[in-house]
Ligand binder design. Structure first.
Ligand code: NAI
Ligand code: PHE
Length: 354
């Protein structure tokens, strides 16, 4: 095997470093960010999309890897924080895309277990099968036919669902979602599944997606109302669930929120750390992303890497409700934001070590 690729250390970021490559055939940039090995090997999804430039892509990988450190720690799961970003040009042919994924798989293999990966925005279980052809045994979230546990979106949606119940319990005194209005931004693999679960529980569900086809697919269920993507963050509702991309809650959008709670799957929905205080100052309950959205990562990794049954995975995902309850209690006790409380719970797990 070739020597392990060099890990570049980055100033002003407390992670371990980033491995970057340019894929000569497609011009794509690949950035594997390793944030922490404290609880286990750095592990996180592979995000594939087109960025405005290499530094933006690398910064996103770093911030997402950091979020994975806190996600695994808050869930007390034996993995560290890592994330890969493939900054791929739009319009690659299916063949060129598969070639890129296989070359990326070779990089994962060269890393020799220092980075484990699974799906994220822009990649699917089928893509994990392709990456696994060259990246095995460090690739998870493969299809069932490919020997994996299948998609993570449904498990993540279950974790968001129990978190919404927990937020409602705190705000309204009961976990029932009957008649509660929930507005979901993003009807992708998590958002669409979450919408169905909420409708089954008797909630009034609104979804918005910037991709008209995704919105239409979700709206095929008559219980789910499609609303315009512009302005979904400001819909009057009990719970706003950001399930699209990060950075949507900022100084411009927070004053327009018309919800009682924010509980969603999107990684890093706050544009900056101080946004947590601004949400709290508006009297809105914020359920921290890395606590709420851990379901997919823990279920899929548990089943594929640790030999968990589906029942054990479900119990672990449902336990997110207890972690979130602790976060709310700690925020009250310490008069700190829920984001700071979640961070404290994760830091305690990190300090305790493996
Ligand atoms: P996805 O790519 O399947 O779906 C995202 C959807 O959001 C797409 O349909 C897209 O068109 C839509 N979208 C993008 N920008 C939008 C906007 N401004 N307004 C409305 N819709 C918009 O992604 P997936 O897997 O559902 O993930 C959603 C979020 O949850 C991401 O931030 C992801 O990182 C996070 N997450 C996902 C997990 C998983 O297991 N899939 C696990 C943990 C977090
Ligand atoms: N996309 C997942 C997340 O952000 C990452 C993941 C999925 C990791 C499946 C491993 C397995 O949590």
């Amino acid at each position: 095997m070739a020597d392990a690729p060099a890990v570049e250390r980055i100033e002003g970021w407390d992670g371990l470093g980033v491995v970057s490559r340019v894929d000569a055939e497609t011009g794509a940039g690949i950035h594997v960010a390793l944030h922490s090995e404290r609880l286990g090997p750095p592990s996180g999804g592979t995000r594939m999309k087109s960025y405005a430039g290499a530094s933006e892509a690398r910064r996103d990988a770093q911030r997402l890897a950091e979020a994975m450190t806190y996600k695994w720690a808050a869930a007390r799961f034996p993995r560290g924080g890592g994330k890969a970003v493939i900054d791929a040009p739009d319009g690659l042919s299916a063949e060129a895309r598969d070639g890129l994924l296989r070359r990326y798989g070779s990089l994962v293999r060269e890393l020799g277990g220092r980075f484990l990966t699974g799906p994220d925005v822009g990649t699917s279980p089928r893509d994990m099968d392709v990456i696994s052809q060259t990246g095995s045994p460090w690739v998870f979230g493969r299809t069932e036919a490919g020997g994996g546990a299948g998609g993570s979106g449904g498990w993540t949606a279950l974790g968001v669902f129990v978190s919404i119940e927990t937020a409602c319990e705190r705000l309204f005194g009961g976990r029932s979602l009957r008649g509660r209005r929930v507005a979901i931004q993003g009807a992708g693999s998590v958002g669409a599944d979450l919408a169905r679960r909420l409708a089954d529980a008797g909630a009034e569900v609104e979804v918005a997606d910037s991709d008209a086809r995704a919105a239409e697919r979700a709206g095929a269920d008559p219980r789910i109302r499609v609303v315009p993507a512009d302005g979904v963050l400001a819909r009057p509702c009990d719970v706003l669930s950001p399930c699209a991309l990060g950075g949507v809650l900022d100084a411009a959008s927070i004053p327009t929120l018309a919800c009682a709670a924010v509980v969603g799957a999107a990684n890093n929905p706050l544009a900056a750390a101080e946004n947590a205080g601004q949400i709290a100052a508006r009297g809105i309950l914020y359920a921290p992303d890395f606590v709420v959205n851990a379901g997919g990562a823990i279920a899929v990794t548990g089943m594929e890497a640790l030999g968990w049954s589906a029942e054990r995975a479900e119990a672990a995902v449902r336990a997110i409700a207890e972690t979130l309850t602790r976060v709310f209690a700690l925020a009250d006790e310490g008069r700190i934001t829920t984001a700071a409380a979640a961070r404290q719970i994760a830091e305690e797990a990190l300090a305790a070590g493996r």
